[in-house]
Design a protein around this ligand. Structure first.
Ligand code: PA5
Length: 441
């Protein structure tokens, strides 16, 4: 059993034969990835990454994680975008929602909030903590700023020698400040392969080391991804969930549905949606094109965004991420007084209520003119999450090719950086600085 996709509630909004009409194009889009002719082909290292992960490599990751866990009460993962979201998504999906991990895994370098950093520094004061500094370019401002502060605190609290044991760098093999610092200080380091872009890097040390530090089974995660790699790269169109997903979302986009809302019914999946938004948003939103990836946590957001989804502008479709079997069992108790009128549910599982909320919502949304896809994970385990990550990655690569964009670059993200550096007076940005001053005058 693997991840499956249900398409009928979306196909109902398209002309008969729509999927057949896009089948060849979708297969060509996959072939562009597998034969290396895709736009951005220098960044296809993620495609066969799962099959290349060796037991020796995983043992090394686990040994580093063990060192960090033994020496630290908290581990701060410093990184932003693809250098952080994958790890956070997997950890949040697997961890108990009410218990802290030991050591605690914290995230920094994904914003520039002074209060955030001050509160983090306060929390870490007096604690044994380590840092996993993740940046492919090694120069990202958010991450570099957090790392500068945290490294100084770590060295001050733990001593420079101990800090060398608890700071790990994950970065480029030769380029960037993170590499220079790691080599100079003698930190343990891992390389992000040149041909794997940030948002496709969750199955490299970028994701695997923090996930191993959190105590989760990276071998099972990788096995799940390997199984999905086999399925997604070889199964025929009709039996290939990744191709079905890529094809259907493009058909819907071409029919005027410009926004995809990823809906989950498990709070634990919140960060999977954040990772998915980055993966698809940064890969597809370019050249004036691209489906806008949005997300909701249901049923929570039915009491906020539900009105818009049901009744707002009809430019959306919904992809429900559904977990077939929960890990835990809770049944609704019977109550003699039945003041809340819930005795009709007595003895039934909470998940039955949730699943009926999901189905009822899908039917309501269809009535409201929203095509609905459903992606089903058998369980929320390392294995299926690994499969899901790869499923979305290959779906994204195929989808970007169907859209006619390079899914592996992100030229647009440089604009804010240029302005910020010019405003802050970074050396080398004098001309931009002057132009901005004139613009703001
Ligand atoms: O997917 C991407 O390439 C980006 O989101 C990057 O991951 C993000 O900008 C962080 O870059 P870096 O790892 O170079 O610090």
């Amino acid at each position: 059993m693997n991840i499956t996709i249900e398409t009928s509630k979306a196909l109902a909004f398209l002309p008969a034969g729509a999927m057949a009409s896009i089948k060849d194009e979708t297969q060509r889009a996959l072939a562009a990835l597998t034969d290396g002719t895709s736009l951005g082909a220098d960044f296809l290292g993620w495609l066969r990454l799962p099959e290349g992960i060796t037991p020796e490599f995983l043992a090394d990751i686990q040994a580093t994680a063990q060192t960090l866990c033994e020496r630290c009460d908290a581990i701060v993962v410093a990184g932003i975008g693809g250098s952080y979201l994958g790890a956070r998504a997997v950890i949040e999906a697997l961890k108990n929602q009410f218990e802290d991990l030991s050591p605690r895994i914290l995230f920094a370098g994904n914003n520039i909030s002074e209060d955030y950093l001050a509160e983090l520094q306060d929390y870490l004061r007096g604690k044994r903590f380590g840092i996993i500094n993740i940046s492919k370019s090694g120069t990202t401002t958010e991450t570099a700023l957090a790392f500068r502060l945290l490294r100084a605190q770590c060295e001050e609290q733990m001593g420079k020698e101990e800090a060398r044991h608890v700071i790990v760098a994950i970065t480029d093999a030769v380029r960037g400040a993170a590499r220079t610092t790691a080599d100079k200080e003698g930190y343990k380091s891992y390389v992000i392969p040149d041909n794997v872009g940030g948002r496709f890097s969750v199955l490299t040390p970028v994701g695997l080391l923090p996930i191993a530090c959190a105590g989760f089974d990276v071998e099972a995660l990788v096995r799940g991804a390997q199984e999905m790699q086999q399925l997604a790269l070889t199964a025929p169109f009709e039996e290939n969930p990744a191709l079905q997903y890529a094809a259907l979302r493009n058909l819907l986009y071409r029919s005027g549905k410009k926004i995809e809302i990823l809906a989950n019914y498990q709070p634990k999946l919140h960060y999977i949606a954040e990772w998915w938004k980055q993966l698809y948003g940064e890969s597809e939103g370019k050249g004036g094109k691209g489906i806008f990836p949005a997300s909701v946590d249901l049923t929570t957001d039915l009491h906020s965004m539900g009105q818009w989804i049901q009744d707002g502008e009809r430019t959306i479709f919904e992809t429900v991420l559904s977990v077939e079997t929960p890990e835990r069992e809770v049944r609704v108790p019977s109550d003699d007084e039945n003041l809340d009128g819930l005795n009709f549910l007595a003895g039934r599982r909470v998940d039955e209520v949730n699943k009926n909320a999901e189905l009822g919502t899908q039917l309501a949304h269809i009535d409201g003119g929203v095509p609905c896809l459903r992606i089903v994970l058998p369980r929320l385990t390392e294995h299926y999450i690994g499969a899901l990550l790869y499923f979305f990655e290959v779906g994204c690569g195929v989808s970007g090719n169907l859209l006619g964009v390079n899914p592996f670059d992100q030229p647009g993200v440089e604009s804010y950086k240029r302005n910020m550096f010019a405003l802050l007076g970074k050396p080398g940005y004098e001309a931009e600085s002057q132009a901005i001053r004139q613009r703001l005058a």
